[in-house]
Design a protein around this ligand. Structure first.
Ligand SMILES: *Cc1c(COP(=O)(O)O)cnc(C)c1O
Length: 383
């Protein structure tokens, strides 16, 4: 049997316009970090998020790192972070020699539980240290309960970094994800909804924060004709060539977000007869998810305890790439000694969840094949 082409989980999808911007950069020999494409890409990002200031960087991780530095996070400080996330949300806390404090997810959004956040803040204060910052993640593109999280953060006067790496184009109450906290971050890694091959952005309505991010990202060069430094800096700049890719992507931004969302609605409809499958859905009409990845839960009680890992392996044999959900940070060996305010929710999600192929270049036929294969595997127990 002819093997079918691999159906990717989330693969880059070029518009074709990227090459125009790249060729322009080549023609002008602007083959360096920053430059005209980086400035134009930052304008594109301002347009779609409505944020005041954008600093384009080499990665989303770099953006989180600079956010922590700018908020004054230092050795021995504590920083609150969603546990159910990719490790990049939490690693920069450790770069600063600070301590991550992990918070459980809620079932409705899979994001930070506001009640648990408040409980953790009170407990940390009682133990003697007020957390320096809160990193709130919009996982798989689903907005967190940003109204409640911001209310709590404001009441305790703790700044929020919104990790919207997976949530460009998502909105809460009509406001773009990434713009709720003091600082937001975006990622343009190859698997994200909009890619620059590798890249990220630091976004804020605070001009001073954005200027500082730019300054630190260019080795903290002071304003002198020679190279003068009063602070330790980083090389976290975005390449002008990467930004050219980003500009080509932003030319089709609306189509890309619509297609991600359409993938979700397709799978939901195609699998509606499967009562063992539930989807990560917008809890009410304030939530607008880009549905970066369509994610499902497979109820083990309704499938004779058929583990998602077995389903994943079976789909892999059919050349369909799926992936388990993020393993919560409080269960990661590297973070095992960090305080965690948890109740088993994210652990359970991790145990029974699966991400479905969600690229924007996926064809109708491929999506149907994914849905049909999933149904067959679960119904027929084909092992
Ligand atoms: C991708 C991602 C990041 C990091 O972005 P990079 O550009 O890969 O450094 C941070 N947080 C989350 C939730 C992510 O998915």
């Amino acid at each position: 049997m002819l093997k079918r082409k691999l159906i990717f989980l989330s693969t880059p999808h070029m518009s074709g316009r990227e090459m125009l911007y790249i060729e322009d950069a080549f023609r002008k020999n602007q083959i360096f970090p920053n430059g005209a494409n980086v400035e134009a890409f930052a304008e594109d990002l301002k347009r779609v998020t409505g944020v005041g200031y954008v600093s384009c960087l080499s990665s989303g991780t770099a953006a989180i790192h600079l956010a922590l530095i700018i908020l004054g996070v230092e050795q021995g400080d504590e920083v609150i972070c969603s546990s159910f996330t990719f490790s990049a949300s939490a690693n920069p806390i450790v770069y600063q020699k600070a301590l991550p404090i992990f918070i459980e997810s809620e079932l409705a959004t899979w994001n930070m539980q506001p009640a648990m956040l408040e409980e953790a803040i009170r407990d940390r204060i009682k133990k003697g240290k007020k957390p320096k910052a809160i990193i709130a993640v919009d996982l798989y593109g689903m907005p967190a309960r940003l109204d409640e999280i911001m209310e709590i953060a404001n009441r305790y006067e703790i700044p929020v970094i919104e990790d919207a790496a997976e949530a460009i184009g998502s909105k809460f109450n009509g406001q773009a994800c990434g713009t709720f906290g003091e600082i937001g971050i975006l990622s343009f890694n190859g698997n994200k909804a909009i890619t620059t091959s590798a890249g990220g952005a630091f976004i804020s309505n605070n001009e001073e924060y954005c200027n500082q991010a730019y300054f630190l990202s260019t080795q903290a060069r002071d304003d002198f004709p020679h190279y003068e430094h009063t602070e330790i800096g980083y090389n976290y700049r975005m390449s002008n060539i990467c930004a050219a890719i980003g500009r080509g992507q932003m030319d089709v931004f609306d189509e890309r977000i619509s297609k991600r969302r359409e993938n979700f609605f397709f799978y939901k409809e195609a699998l509606k007869d499967m009562d063992c499958i539930t989807f990560l859905e917008e809890p009410d009409d304030r939530f607008y998810s880009n549905h970066w990845l369509t994610t499902i839960l497979i109820d083990p009680k309704k499938t004779d305890r058929l583990a998602p890992e077995k389903i994943r392996k079976k789909l892999e044999k059919l050349n369909i790439e799926t992936r388990s959900l993020w393993k919560p940070m409080h269960l990661q060996p590297v973070f095992k000694d960090c305080p965690a305010y948890v109740d088993g929710t994210s652990e359970r999600l991790f145990n029974i969840g699966l991400c479905l192929p969600s690229s924007t270049c996926i064809t109708d036929e491929e999506r149907q094949f994914v849905a049909d294969s999933l149904r067959k595997i679960i119904n027929n127990r084909q092992f």
